[in-house]
Design a protein around this ligand. Structure first.
Ligand code: SF4
Length: 413
């Protein structure tokens, strides 16, 4: 095996970086806090997406103390749309811990003990924020290094590739210049040695690159075992009545305290045709979400194991933390609900909308009925209300009728 020309590679990268580093906002005044925030946001999210979130975050939380003293719901609101909300909660806890410490952790090993800091983040925070002598192996750096050594291995994951390349990365570290060198390496991977193949002819490293010298196809390096893709179909309820919308607070650990459209039970239930279908991807998991529009009188099964449901005034939707895809689809969903309401009758005033719900003793399904549904034109309100009450009694039993909004009623603006 040829010796790895690490000194020559680092020298070229430092010189390339001096002219080509991207002017990213977290680089303007490099700090430990700014590096932590950017590294947390950049996990699973692209640079261009992160920039406006980072700027907004720093305006509201200019220091770790501001984050430490903020309420979690505000933290989550500022994170809304970035997804993977565990990162926001970990960042909150990390800032609270940092504010209790006389000095922050000084080595990747010490950073690893902090909430939400994995092996990669520990090195990148320490190297970029504190100029520690180490190279962080993110996806860009893994790709550049694998091509420089002409690697033909097939890796199971990025973690396996990083473990394989760590010894090469360690030899690149230049004392007291690692903050800049890490940024240069990352940007080199993002702009020159790109996933699709790289601009090899104009590359300042081409005479040091084994992939180029041995005429290996750069876009095939590194090679990963194809991921197993999973797909799932989920049915959700789109219910709007009297200026309120029915939402569920997710109990899934990752999405705890995030509002979503209520999820319907899947087992053995045939759902009507959806009014709207959206798709979201989380890693290798593709989820198709089918929204069932429920107009005036409805009786649907909601999967309450996923969290409590309640009516939220549409005028309050800006204040709640809604899952990213649901926030994106919201205008379309509200349009659909609005069109449906206007065809079946007039909306009721918000104070008239409430719901009761309960479990059937024999199958455990939860049925939701609006106590004051939107009325089809020509139907007497009193008659319809009596019908709903009868239906509720029959399904739920007398004792369970009249439950209240589990979210504790509406907030008035
Ligand atoms: S020569 Fe091509 S493959 Fe090698 S480092 Fe440069 S851009 Fe990447």
């Amino acid at each position: 095996m040829k010796p790895f020309p690490s000194v020559a590679i680092s020298t070229v990268l430092l010189s390339w970086g001096a002219h080509h580093l991207r002017p990213l906002p977290w680089r303007a005044n490099r700090s430990v806090y700014g590096t932590i925030v950017s590294e947390f946001m950049l996990q699973q999210t692209q640079v261009q997406t992160v920039i406006p979130y980072f700027l907004r975050w720093i305006r509201r939380f200019p220091t770790a103390e501001h984050v430490a003293h903020a309420r979690e719901d505000e933290i989550l609101k500022y994170w809304e749309g970035l997804g993977y909300y565990t990162r926001a909660r970990n960042l909150h806890r990390l800032c609270q811990i940092l504010c209790q410490m006389a000095i922050p952790p000084q080595t990747p090993h010490e950073w690893r003990t902090m909430p939400g800091v994995g092996p990669y983040s520990a090195v990148s925070i320490c190297a970029i924020g504190q100029n520690f002598d180490a190279i962080a192996l993110d996806g860009n750096v893994i790709r550049v290094l694998a091509r420089l050594i002409g690697c033909r291995e097939t890796f199971r994951s990025k973690t396996a590739a990083a473990a394989h390349l760590k010894n090469y990365a360690d030899t690149l570290a230049v004392p007291s210049q690692c903050a800049f060198l890490n940024e240069a390496l990352m940007d080199f991977g993002a702009t020159i040695c790109t996933p699709r193949g790289g601009s090899c002819e104009n590359c300042p490293l081409k005479n040091l690159c084994q992939a180029h010298l041995r005429e290996l196809p750069p876009d095939a390096i590194p090679t990963f075992t194809p991921p197993v893709r999973k797909s799932e179909v989920v049915h959700r309820l789109l219910a709007v009545c009297g200026g309120k919308i029915l939402l569920q607070i997710s109990r899934r650990r990752r999405l705890h305290a995030i509002f979503e459209f209520p999820q319907l039970r899947q087992d053995g239930i045939s759902h009507p045709l959806p009014s709207f279908t959206g798709r979201r991807n989380i890693g290798n998991h593709c989820c198709e979400e089918r929204f069932i529009l429920s107009g005036g009188l409805f009786c649907e099964s909601i999967d309450l194991s996923r969290g409590p449901v309640g009516w939220i005034p549409i005028t309050d939707l800006e204040d709640v933390v809604l899952s990213g895809p649901h926030r994106r689809w919201l205008p379309r969903l509200l349009d659909l609900a609005d069109a449906a309401e206007s065809t079946i009758g007039k909306s009721l005033p918000p104070e008239r909308v409430e719901n009761f719900y309960g479990r059937l003793p024999n199958n455990g399904l939860t049925y939701l009925l609006p106590r004051a549904p939107c009325l089809p034109s020509g139907v007497r309100r009193g008659a319809l209300r009596a019908l709903v009450a009868q239906l509720a009694e029959r399904i739920l039993g007398k004792d369970e009728v009249g439950g209240s909004n589990p979210l504790g009623g509406s907030r008035q603006k």
